[in-house]
Design a protein around this ligand. Sequence first.
Ligand code: MG
Length: 169
Amino acid sequence: MTEKVAKLINQQINKELYSAYLYLEFANYYAEAGLDGFENWYKIQAQEERDHAMLFLQYLQNNGIHVELATIEKPDCVLKEHIDPLKAGLAHEQYVTSLINNIYSAAFEDHDFRTMQLLDWFVKEQGEEEKNASDMVTKMELFGDDAKSLYMLNSELKSRVYSAPSLVL
Ligand code: MG
């Protein structure tokens, strides 16, 4: 693996852990708002992001690359309305997709087919993350102003359970 690709994957560990932090911030917002389903959704989302970080970490270790852990930034967002975390979540997932694509480009340039194969899973995962985030925004726009609908939406999100990532290294 080239130094460039190794550095980008090291950085991605930090980005995924920041994502977990950001989603915990969203979970806190919804906990305080009394929307425990949204809180549950984002707590599980945070677990998934930690899983992503661990997959990249394990991948570096498996390839004998030094893992360098950096400071995780404080979540940078202002949350005032119930839709704010959802919109920030969509923008964040689009950003993460650009990061994954960037690592993929570097791996492609270096003919690092092993890393490309790892990243194939993440490319697909980002497609799902963006769709989920976009659907959440749409549902809140459609139903968020109606108390009964919001209650049902909250109940739907409360039923989400954590499942480990399908990728095994
Ligand atoms: Mg992720």
